[in-house]
Design a protein around this ligand. Structure first.
Ligand code: FAD
Length: 433
């Protein structure tokens, strides 16, 4: 790795450097997952070319190191592109054909072929068997070095000018670099998006995705840590259509989290941002049963066990005990009340809370394991067969800089690997021989 660059005007007359300068030059901006993957692919396919990767900071692959709580959730165990795209609130249509070319199975082979075995967890997330994101980062760095990628640190690109069929790049420290093919893989960094905008690209505004819901409600107070294996959530933001998701949910100190909530936050990211994270949420705690079935079950339990206290005896084995006790208390059914004492009206209210409990979201929390945002380069302006810009020929994009985002579970890295692999390959294919 170096921070020295042979710039356009370095005036170096050394023969080896001259021949290096004459080779077609592919420049990748951004030393993250997408930048590395594309640079490696390009360098491995183009021994006649030269591949340079420019990273603004002094440390590459920062997000890879942080990802998945330090374990790096590399991809998801879903090898059917048609099913896979359901996990992308934005970009699913474009990714469909891209996944036909490079999908999670290919990611697994790519890493395993370089000595990084991956394992699957019960929910489909795939991690290195070492449970360490450093393994993934090291693999990318050593693959780049082996392929001859020149990695330059502290190389922040501030300006790109089109020069005929090539590009002239200016770095923050004033150095200039020429590129025959250029890839922007700067993630969600505003500076990278600004470079694309300067070249004429339209941007979708960036808004957070994958977050938890802040809810202050007496029904959830004191229940932090209570988990549900399956609930149905229905989100209504003002002036947008209702969104629904089903899955596990967790009550936290500040409101709600868990897979169903995170999915809903991703699919509702734009609407929730527009409503300043004020929205109504309806929770069905027992989605396996219809309202009529629940009523029947409650009535049958009451008829069978009239002397049992309601607080201590729930007819629904799948509901966490703490939640049930807290709910009946909230409804005023104190500890001594038996099923025989419960009125028809109270039974109705209980049923209502279980089947369609209404809550008010008052803000957005954070999901520490994965931060992702929606927005980026407008997808209509990118040809997903090559990841080349439809606005500026010779310019390519990959990773989070695009207006593509996935739910949590390894889908965001997979989008980065796929788009980068395609772009790396296409940049080489388009070079003059
Ligand atoms: C804490 C955290 C945990 C995550 N965990 C997971 C996970 O487990 N699984 C998953 O699928 N996804 C995860 N994600 C999301 C995933 O990390 C991203 O989708 C992925 O890293 C995007 O890769 P990228 O290369 O497109 O962008 P980035 O990783 O953001 O890389 C962009 C690079 O470009 C550089 N750069 C920016 N501007 C310039 C410039 N002008 N000149 C030069 N360089 C520049 C930046 O410094 C950066 O190094 C996580 C994200 C975070 C933040």
């Amino acid at each position: 790795m170096s921070n020295s660059l042979h710039t356009k005007d370095s005036g170096n007359s050394d023969h080896a450097d001259q021949s290096k300068q004459q080779r077609p030059h592919i420049v990748v901006i951004g030393g993250g997952a997408a930048g590395y993957f594309a640079a490696i692919r390009a360098a491995e396919l183009a021994p006649h070319g030269r591949v340079t990767l420019l990273e603004a900071t002094r440390k590459v692959l920062m997000k890879v190191h942080l990802s998945g709580g330090g374990r790096c959730n590399v991809t998801h165990h879903c090898f059917d592109p048609v099913k896979l795209i359901d996990n992308y609130p934005r970009g699913s249509r474009e990714l469909r054909s891209a996944f036909m070319r490079f999908q999670p199975r290919d990611t697994v082979s790519w890493f395993e072929g370089r000595g990084v075995a991956l394992k699957v967890e019960a929910d489909g997330r795939m991690f290195p068997v070492t449970d360490s994101s450093a393994t993934v980062a090291k693999c990318l760095e050593s693959s780049a070095a082996a392929a001859g990628v020149e990695v330059c640190l502290g190389a922040s690109v501030v300006k790109i000018v089109r020069d005929g069929e090539s590009f002239n790049l200016t770095l923050k420290d004033g150095r200039e670099i020429g590129a025959d093919r250029l890839m922007i893989a700067t993630g969600s960094a505003p500076a990278g998006l600004e470079l694309a905008a300067q070249l004429g690209h339209r941007l979708e505004p960036h808004v957070p995705s994958l977050f938890t819901f802040n809810i202050k409600d007496p029904r959830l107070a004191e229940l932090s840590g209570v988990a549900f294996s399956e609930v149905h959530l229905s989100l209504q933001c003002p002036e947008s259509k209702r969104l629904e998701r089903q899955g596990p949910m967790l009550i936290t100190h500040w409101g709600l989290s868990g897979p169903a909530v995170l999915k809903l936050s991703a699919f509702g990211a734009v609407a929730l941002h527009a409503s300043q994270y004020q929205a109504s949420l309806v929770i069905n705690y027992l989605p396996q049963h219809s309202a009529a079935e629940l009523q029947g079950m409650l009535r049958a339990f009451k008829a069978e066990h009239p002397r049992r206290t309601i607080a201590k005896h729930s007819p629904f084995a799948q509901l966490p005990r703490r939640f049930w006790e807290s709910l009946v208390q909230y409804l005023g059914l104190d500890n001594e009340r038996t099923y025989a004492d419960v009125t028809k009206d109270e039974m109705e209210r209980l049923l209502n809370e279980l089947h369609r409990g209404q809550y008010q979201i008052t803000g957005k929390g954070v999901f520490k394991e994965e931060f992702v945002s929606a927005g980026g380069i407008h997808l209509k302006e990118v040809d997903f067969r090559t990841m080349e810009s439809r606005v500026v020929p010779g310019l390519y994009f990959a990773g989070e800089v695009l207006a593509v985002d996935g739910i949590t579970g390894g889908f965001n890295f997979q989008a980065a690997w796929t788009t980068a692999w395609i772009a790396g390959q296409a940049m080489v294919a388009s070079l003059p021989v």
